[in-house]
Design a protein around this ligand. Structure first.
Ligand SMILES: *Cc1c(COP(=O)(O)O)cnc(C)c1O
Ligand code: SF4
Length: 446
């Protein structure tokens, strides 16, 4: 048997040594190092060898996805960092400057660090969990807070750059089990990160197996948010514990629960390699559901044809398109964001070009403070240009499936830049009360 591919990473200190970057002027490598000093950079051999088209850099979408780009920092920040790196400033100085910039980039958007963190029976915060929507608890296992490569637009970037006080992660499954036993309203647990699939199967098993035990019959599905089938498909084919992770899927299914991988695919190329298709085939054969989600990102997938191709490819491989997200209001958003009206146009054009099998997708969706908000239409009401918005997940479940109107703004990229058209938004007062009282869970059992 041929030897299995070994996971090998490259980080900022390898930028000068990477053979594929040797053709670039030294100046450009310096630019990359300046950005990589502030925002996380890590890429593996598979992405370099099989996903990036090196004849088309810097425009290549997977290169844009994984390698730092100058435009990701504001011009003054970029110049500052570039100067420090160029003159070989001491590590401590580079780090201090980088940290100052990091903290200015809205590291934890949408109330993640306060409003979403649940409490244990004694009223103590449980920082490795988020419970924003009644039915679903997010769990951040400590060992899963990294990824096989880093997406440059990542909204969880703050976790990867060592802002220690900003990290949220849990060491043990015990707290999760204890919390779930007290919360009968929860039907789904979603493991997230980072990428929980960077964990070896024995570690993953220690988190998952306790959820199949007594007193947790109300947990109907276990989901894992992951980009591993795109960044490291060998996780499911030739890695030493590849078979074992599929057995774990089967074990969850056998308990009567749905095992679902929420896979982050943002470009059709991620599904075109032999390894990627083999991985998906094996995952499907384990009985796990595969739902696909990704943000709409400038320089990477900001055209309808890319999405049409992506959704069709997903369907042809037995996976279900699930969400098209809007780039979140954090990190290098200025470089990657697409205005909401444009996002709606791209989504609609792609959606019109696929069959109903791919129309399981919903988008464009903002994961914002009140909930998940869908851009549902751009139209006119009584002669006024408006954007029709729809709440498809809400801090209060009563808000779900209700629409509301914003004045049309072709430049707006996030909900907070929009103004109500006509009546104030229906959730406004209640959300304000939640924020002021610190109780954002009107539905939580005691
Ligand atoms: C998206 C999301 C979920 C899961 O929502 P589904 O619509 O069930 O996929 C859960 N919690 C948070 C905080 C989310 O953003
Ligand atoms: S895989 Fe997900 S968590 Fe990891 S860098 Fe990409 S977007 Fe972020």
């Amino acid at each position: 048997m041929a030897t299995a591919p070994q996971l090998r990473f490259y980080t900022a200190r390898d930028i000068d040594a990477l053979p594929q970057l040797q053709g670039l002027p030294a100046e450009q490598r310096l630019d990359m190092k300046a950005v990589a000093a502030v925002l996380p950079f890590r890429v593996n051999q598979y992405v370099i060898d099989q996903l990036i088209d090196w004849s088309n850099i810097p425009a290549d979408p997977i290169f844009q996805l994984t390698f730092p780009q100058r435009g990701m920092l504001s011009e003054p920040n970029f110049k500052l960092m570039r100067e420090l790196i160029a003159k070989g400033a001491p590590q401590a100085e580079v780090k201090a400057a980088a940290e100052k910039i990091q903290r200015s980039l809205n590291p934890h958007p949408s109330g993640q660090t306060n409003l979403n963190v649940p409490l244990d029976a004694q009223g103590k915060r449980l920082p490795g969990m988020q419970h924003k929507y009644r039915e679903t608890v997010l769990f951040f296992p400590m060992a899963g807070q990294t990824c096989h490569s880093y997406c440059q637009y990542c909204f969880r970037w703050a976790q990867f750059v060592g802002l220690q006080d900003l990290k949220f992660a849990a060491r043990e499954a015990e707290q999760l089990v204890e919390y779930l036993k007290r919360h009968m309203e929860v039907t789904s647990v979603l493991f997230t990160g980072g990428d929980p699939m960077v964990m070896g199967t024995p570690v993953l098993r220690r988190y998952l197996e306790p959820l199949l035990g007594k007193g947790l019959e109300h947990i109907q599905s276990i989901r894992i948010g992951t980009k591993s089938p795109a960044y490291w498909p060998y996780r499911y084919t030739s890695d030493a514990d590849a078979d074992d992770v599929l057995r774990l899927h089967e074990q969850v299914q056998a308990s009567g629960r749905t095992m679902a991988l929420m896979v982050h695919y943002c470009h059709p190329r991620e599904l075109q390699t032999e390894a990627a298709q083999a991985a998906l085939k094996r995952i499907r054969a384990s009985g796990a559901e595969v739902r696909c989600q990704a943000p709409l990102i400038r320089h990477i997938n900001d055209n309808a044809e890319t999405w049409r191709e992506l959704w069709n490819l997903e369907v042809s491989l037995g996976a279900h398109p699930y969400y098209m997200f809007v780039e979140r209001d954090t990190g290098a958003r200025g470089y990657f964001e697409v205005p909401l009206v444009k996002a709606y146009e791209i989504y609609s054009q792609a959606y019109r070009a696929v069959t109903g099998l791919a129309r399981t997708v919903r988008g464009p969706v903002m994961s914002c403070m009140p909930g998940k908000v869908l851009v549902d239409d751009v139209t006119e009401v009584n002669g006024e240009p408006v954007i029709v918005l729809k709440m498809i997940q809400g801090r209060n479940p009563e808000w779900v499936n209700r629409t509301f109107l914003a004045r049309r703004d072709d430049n707006a990229t996030w909900l907070d830049q929009l103004k109500p058209a006509g009546n104030p938004w229906f959730f406004g007062d209640e959300l304000q009360q939640m924020i002021e009282s610190g109780n954002a869970r009107p539905w939580a059992s005691p």
